[in-house]
Ligand binder design. Structure first.
Ligand code: GDP
Length: 428
């Protein structure tokens, strides 16, 4: 398949749709892969010739020798995590990837991670199901204009003044709200010094680099994290993440013109899964859920970063149609379809019943919490479809399932993933 100059790979649902696999696959023809939002709170699982990897910060293209991997300005940059990730893949035989880090990216500090933990403790049962990676405090501080930008690491005078100012502010919360030890400016300075040492070789103006790359006609892939329903504006607020998960934000988080994003590949999973709290209309429970979780993904549906068992559900046409629309989908990649081969009948959520009325429009959270799924049962295909490489060879009921979903969501399914490997893909 032809690769356009700038394309984005994003998720339509709650994340874990298999974006990592699709990015890894498309990266073969890309020159540059860019992470534009999020941090080390979610992960991508990738299976390739080097083995199976769970990446949290590195873009999924790092396994190809020909690509440049960029950590864009929109990312929540956890420097030690990035370093350990580079080290761990190199130790397993992957050639040292070419990595560039935006001088405008901001840094996840150790106190962000502490603050996340303390806040979850404080909320106890009412927590948001944070992965405690410091992401929410990080983005709060970024927009409160008290974050540390990578460029600031190289201005020692500025850092000295700033650490005192920030400790003063943070310690009010740490000591008085959480009743925890204060943070010390000298330790913060040391932390920042160590970050400077680790990151210095990679830092540059990545937006300028991308501008030149676009002018040279390079193929660029923007890699999103999580999915539409976790977007702070358009998702299931407040059970969302703290940075925009939409392709449109790719322009901001990478620093490129919005009109350059020509193709938006939205990854949609053939059934649903979610992590963390929040309304999940097509959720299933008990043995039915356990079986799907066990068979799901590649070795079960458990969080790539946290190992937490994911919540399971049937395919949700309402959420996916909405998720695809908000992404600005040009192509749908329909993934993990092989997993459904064990079912006699496959329930699909085709509508939400809210206060006695059925809708196919995804509502805001207060209404969403009242929604009950309207299910339709489609006949299963009861065979293993892994290894099939053409659409025509898929069992008829399987094609019917794909075509039913395509009609419901209203966006073209141009890729079907029927296994975790790079080659487990059917183009349509
Ligand atoms: P991401 O964050 O969107 O990349 O999602 P995950 O890392 O949770 O990926 C989903 C899981 O499904 C991973 O373990 C993948 O290896 C696996 N996977 C991706 N596509 C397929 C597929 O088509 N079939 C199967 N069986 N597994 C897949």
């Amino acid at each position: 398949m032809e690769v356009l100059m700038v394309q984005a790979v994003v998720g339509a649902n709650w994340g874990d749709e298999g974006k990592g696999k699709i990015t890894d696959m498309l990266a073969e023809k890309a020159d540059i892969i860019v992470r534009f939002q999020g941090g080390a709170n979610a992960g991508h699982t990738i299976v390739n010739d080097y083995g199976k990897f769970a990446l949290h910060t590195l873009p999924s293209g790092v396994f190809y020798g020909h690509t440049t991997s960029i950590i864009g300005n929109g990312v929540a940059l956890n420097i030690p995590v990035l370093f350990n990730e580079i080290k761990s893949i190199v130790e397993r035989g992957v050639p040292m990837p070419k990595i560039l880090v935006s001088d405008r990216a901001q840094i996840v500090m150790s106190y962000h991670i502490l603050q996340d933990q303390y806040e979850e403790e404080r909320l106890a049962g009412k927590s948001f199901g944070s992965t405690k990676s410091g992401i929410a405090p990080f983005y709060s501080d970024k927009y409160a204009k008290i974050g540390f930008q990578v460029s600031e690491l190289f201005d020692e005078e500025l850092l000295k003044e700033k650490v005192y100012r920030i400790c003063e502010q943070k310690n009010v919360i740490f000591e008085h709200l959480y009743h925890k030890p204060a943070i010390k400016p000298e330790e913060l300075l040391k932390e920042l010094d160590s970050y400077r040492e680790m990151i210095a070789p990679y830092v540059c103006d990545t937006s300028a680099f991308l501008w030149n790359a676009i002018k040279e006609g390079k193929n660029i892939l923007l890699e999103g994290q999580l999915g539409s329903l976790k977007d702070p504006d358009h998702g299931i607020y407040p059970m969302v993440t703290s940075s925009s998960t939409l392709a449109a934000y790719g322009a901001i988080g990478a620093g490129i013109p919005p009109y350059e994003i020509k193709k938006i590949v939205t990854v949609v999973k053939a059934y649903s899964s979610a992590v963390g709290a929040g309304a999940f209309v097509s959720e299933i429970f008990g043995e039915e859920a356990d079986e799907l979780r066990r068979r799901g993904g590649d070795g079960g549906e458990y969080g790539a970063t946290t190992g937490r068992p994911r919540r399971m559900g049937w395919f949700d046409c309402v959420a996916s149609k909405y998720g695809c629309r908000l992404q600005g989908t040009t192509d749908v990649a329909f993934t993990v379809l092989d997993v459904l081969g064990y079912l006699d009948e496959i329930p699909v959520c085709v509508g939400y019943e809210i206060d006695g009325e059925v809708t196919t429009d995804f509502p805001t959270t207060p209404k969403l919490q009242k929604a009950k799924p309207v299910l339709k049962r489609l006949p299963g295909w009861k065979t293993d479809i892994r290894g099939i490489r053409t659409y025509a060879e898929l069992p008829e009921n399987c094609r019917n399932y794909i075509e039913f979903v395509e009609k419901e969501i209203g966006f073209p399914i141009t890729m079907i993933s029927n296994g975790p490997g790079r080659n487990d893909i059917i183009y349509r």
